[in-house]
Design a protein around this ligand. Structure first.
Ligand SMILES: [Zn+2]
Length: 535
């Protein structure tokens, strides 16, 4: 997260300079912006918010985000009612509205803004206050001061019903108050308050907390499942870049489905506990891919309008690739389940005629249309999750093939982590991914012949059919046509496929297949050609 650039335009190079240096050089926060959220009216689904802004000179602008994390304009401002402002003595201040989400308040010194906020939307992308619990994505509830987003913020919850407990991944500041270095960090920490089932355990040396709302779960099974995921992904990426992590689970049929990633937390809703592993593996990998390994196109965050990024095929699709890799490599899935999932992805893409004209990059840019049902029809869009997952497997096979399995997509993810995330920089979208992949291949096999121009031009930016029948055999896998099916809401038919293991692969194909299924987390073994058999 970074603060909005203010004042005179800066040269691009300075703009791209690392976040850590930026934070170190930032002047001390001038003051603390304080929020109080009252839960006094759960039956009415109405929060009451008081925002206290110190050090106002003549006037202050406050804004409510139009979107946050989910790539959809949802105009949170229309949930706001009766917004008004007073000074430190309680005297009313003049408030004027300039657009759908912006208010200007005339005042001096301390300004207090108050409003009611109605929310009864279940699930990880929503916000809800009810007699059962409160769940808040704070950007849906809290206004910000546009040029003061980098100032320290605190949030305090009042009128919390008896017996309710709070789960949030922010440092506590007294009882039921939490602190963040700025607005962006504050709203990256969703809050679950209710009669929660909470437990925690250690994995890969770090505390992992779990807060469950809804149906009860078996702690031992969840702990075992999450330990596999956390430990595998930690070993893959070279350690966990947080001090503590929180899984918030909404379990039951009332909560919709899906997950939302945050830097040190995720919220996941599923119909039953059996569905948790796949979503958890995906969301946990996001703590690197998209939260820390982050495309330049998504920064700095502009909450007022769409942020168009061509990189969701990587941010979401490759996260899907790694969710599947995590499950098979950690033993949660057997090989058959991994191949069944891959087959399903192939058949899903094949059943979308839009693949002939919408590229993976375009699908990413058009994510903002997903709130319109027509757009999701097979003739109107492909999914960057789906095509991206297949691009991930394809690129992995090509890298392994070009380097005789001495390098892989795992090395690309680690390189992006080192070159961008750990340096506090954002990667330059497709060009950054391509450069990292080329670097990995060059390091492992200086004479390798692999043209990634072609891969990116044809399959990422372009709409050429993915050459799966060429890629998969390099990993000792055959793509078999099994039949035909009708494409939903169209007259067309699509071929259906199945993946079969080649019963007699050569040694190289076998190494690549083993590499895909087992991964390459031991860098020392990978670095020595004699031991380069894909552990
Ligand atoms: Zn995701």
């Amino acid at each position: 997260m970074r603060r909005m650039i203010r004042g005179a335009a800066r040269p691009l190079a300075a703009f791209a300079s690392c976040l850590l240096a930026f934070l170190a050089a930032a002047p001390p926060a001038r003051a603390t912006i304080r929020y109080e959220i009252s839960l006094a009216r759960p039956a009415q689904h109405q929060f009451h918010v008081t925002m206290t802004i110190p050090d106002v000179r003549q006037s202050v602008v406050v804004q409510m985000p139009a979107w946050n994390t989910l790539y959809q304009i949802r105009d949170f401002a229309y949930h706001v009612a009766a917004l008004h402002a007073v000074d430190a003595a309680g005297k009313p201040l003049r408030v004027s509205r300039s657009d759908k989400q912006t208010w200007t308040i005339q005042g001096q010194g301390e300004v207090r803004v108050e409003y009611a906020d109605y929310w009864d939307e279940a699930g990880p992308f929503g916000t809800q206050l009810s007699n059962e619990h409160a769940f808040l994505n704070l950007a849906m509830v809290l206004c910000y001061v546009p040029d003061r987003r980098a100032e320290e913020s605190t949030v305090h919850f009042s009128d919390v019903p008896q017996g309710w407990r709070t789960a949030v991944e922010l440092p506590a500041d007294g009882s039921s108050a939490y602190r963040a270095p700025g607005y962006d960090a504050l709203v990256d920490a969703p809050v679950e308050i209710g009669p929660l089932d909470m437990f925690q355990f250690q994995a890969a040396g770090k505390p992992i907390r779990v807060a469950v709302h809804g149906e009860s779960v078996d702690h031992a099974r969840i702990t075992e499942m999450l330990t596999r995921i956390v430990e595998y992904e930690s070993s893959l990426m070279g350690g966990l870049p947080f001090s503590e992590y929180l899984f918030v689970y909404h379990i039951g049929r009332d909560f919709g489905g899906g997950g939302m990633e945050h830097s040190n937390c995720t919220t996941i809703a599923v119909g039953s506990a059996g569905q948790l592993a796949n979503v958890s593996a995906h969301e946990f990998f996001h703590l690197w891919n998209v939260k820390r390994i982050r495309p330049q196109s998504l920064e700095p965050v502009d909450y007022t309008r769409e942020m168009f990024t061509p990189s969701l095929w990587f941010a979401e699709g490759f996260t899907n690739t790694y969710a599947a890799y995590t499950l098979v490599r950690s033993g949660a899935w057997n090989q058959g389940q991994f191949f069944a999932d891959l087959t399903e992805q192939i058949n899903e893409l094949e059943a979308r005629p839009a693949r002939h004209w919408q590229s993976a990059e375009e699908s990413s840019l058009d994510a903002w249309f997903e709130k319109y049902p027509l757009y999701n029809e097979p003739g109107y869009s492909v999914s960057y999750y789906n095509k991206g997952q297949l691009l991930g497997v394809g690129l992995d096979i090509l890298i392994r093939d070009a380097t005789d399995n001495r390098a892989s997509l795992d090395d690309v993810m680690r390189k992006l982590n080192q070159d961008y995330a750990q340096m506090g920089r954002f990667y330059p979208d497709s060009a950054g991914i391509r450069t990292a992949a080329e670097g990995v291949v060059r390091d492992a096999a200086p004479n390798a012949r692999l043209d990634l121009d072609d891969f990116f031009a044809r399959y990422v930016a372009g709409t050429d059919e993915l050459p799966l029948a060429d890629w998969l055999p390099r990993a000792g896998l055959n793509l078999k046509i099994t039949g035909e099916r009708r494409v939903a809401s169209s007259d067309e038919t699509a071929q259906t496929y199945a993946i079969e293991e080649n019963a007699h692969p050569n040694e190289k194909q076998l190494r690549i297949r083993d590499g895909l299924l087992r991964g390459t987390v031991d860098r020392a073994a990978v670095a020595q050609p004699a031991a380069a058999n894909g552990r």
